[in-house]
Design a protein around this ligand. Structure first.
Ligand code: NAD
Ligand code: WQD
Length: 345
């Protein structure tokens, strides 16, 4: 029997590449579409080294409708799409909103229009816990209200969710799973793939690993005067391989035809909140590296605390996070050591 083919947009990116690995290891054939705006074609080699199978790779911009149509024509066996392709830097989205609205919205429109034209009706979409803002009740469940977005990036996620709901309401065949990720961290345990941030990392864990590697002098902890037990912000840090596995479960769920309603939303987090100071302590314990840090002022726009209730993903998708925070942080550090070797040539 031939394998189901999954189209993975943004598949050479951080979460996409880990998902391609998990899909291939679960027996799926994969087609990556990526314009390499925030990743490298060498990621395909890393995936092949881990899985022993080279995914199909098409260097295509999802905003190019004709090129997307050609991909669906070339691979008539596609049964589902996982749509990761997007621009994701929150600060840049404030400075360049039109770029974010164009890239994140037009890419989704093209993907969905070509799916319908080619009778492909299952899509998994990368959404974000950013849609909840600061939830009134923690841990947050999927039925918590979506709050006004704090950035154009966050707004694109809300609009994309709406686009999928409206389209499914008018096209009864379309079935979508919206995965709201909490804070993805870590790398594949092989250190063959991981996140390669461009410039100074904005996210906490890449900044920690670059500080530990000596690329940054010290970590700034953005605020210790929040209404949390130790005063620093709390997040739900989810291992990227665990997160990738949620996509395999989502694809299986869609192909099982159980999706009801047609668009379902799931929190993908661990269910545990960790403060910035707790995360630093966990990194030091996991790696035996002392991390230089100082407390600075709050970062504008930061949410005080958010963590997931992932119960629905467990009950409905059969997914739950498995990796420990120490193993996850060790994987992030192993990856940092690997890219340090690459940087040195
Ligand atoms: P990433 O930047 O590593 O991966 C995105 C990939 O999409 C990149 O390889 C990039 O080259 C590609 N891409 C961008 N625009 C494209 C286009 N128009 N056509 C084709 N390819 C394009 O980001 P990631 O962290 O892997 O995030 C994947 C998805 O998950 C994004 O939609 C992001 O918004 C979402 N998300 C990420 C996080 C996070 O913290 N990393 C959290 C919540 C949601
Ligand atoms: C985590 C915590 C910071 C850096 C962002 C996006 C969100 C989502 C994931 C996509 C916060 C603190 C950070 C540093 C620090 N992406 N911090 N020093 O802000 O939760 O979420 O990425 O959808 O949309 O906003 O993640 O890793 O930037 O910060 O103290 O140098 O670490 O204040 O409390 P965040 P983050």
């Amino acid at each position: 029997m031939s394998k189901s083919v999954i189209l993975v947009t943004g598949g050479t990116g951080y979460i996409g590449s880990h998902t391609v690995v998990e899909l291939q290891q679960a027996g799926f054939e994969t087609v990556i579409v990526d314009n390499l705006s925030n990743s490298s074609a060498e990621v395909v080699d890393g995936i092949a080294r881990i899985t022993g199978v080279r995914p199909h790779f098409e260097k295509v911009d999802c905003c190019d409708r004709h090129a997307m149509a050609a991909v669906f024509d070339k691979y008539p066996g596609i049964t589902a799409v996982i749509h990761f392709a997007a621009s994701k830097a929150v600060g840049e989205s404030v400075e360049r909103p039109l770029l974010y609205y164009r890239n994140n919205l037009v890419s989704l429109l093209n993907v969905v229009e070509e799916m319908i034209t080619h009778a492909v009706f299952h899509i998994v979409f990368s959404s974000s816990c950013t849609v909840y803002g600061q939830p009134a009740v923690l841990p947050v469940t999927e039925d918590a209200p979506v709050q006004p977005a704090l950035s154009p990036y966050g707004n694109t996620k809300q609009i994309c969710e709406e686009i999928l709901r409206d389209t499914a309401a008018s096209c009864s065949a379309l079935q979508a799973v919206l995965l709201r990720y909490f804070n993805p961290i870590g790398a594949h345990p092989s250190a063959e793939i991981g996140e390669w941030p461009v410039g100074v990392p904005q996210n906490l864990v890449p900044f920690i690993t670059q500080t530990a590697a000596g690329l940054r002098k010290e970590l700034s902890v953005f605020g210790n005067d929040y209404h949390t037990p130790d005063g620093s912000c709390i997040r739900d840090y989810i291992n990227v391989v665990d997160l990738a596995r949620a996509h395999v479960q989502a694809v299986n769920y869609l192909s099982g035809g159980k999706n009801n309603p047609a668009v379902e939303t799931f929190n993908i987090g661990t269910g545990k909140g960790l403060s910035v100071l707790e995360l630093i302590a966990a990194f030091q314990k996991a790696t035996c590296i002392k991390l230089p840090y100082k407390i600075t002022g709050r970062r504008a726009g930061d949410i005080e605390q958010v963590w997931a209730n992932p119960g629905k993903a467990h009950t409905v998708l059969g997914w739950r996070a498995q990796e420990t925070i120490e193993d996850t942080l060790r994987s992030a550090w192993k990856w940092e050591e690997r890219i340090a070797r690459v940087r040195r040539g």
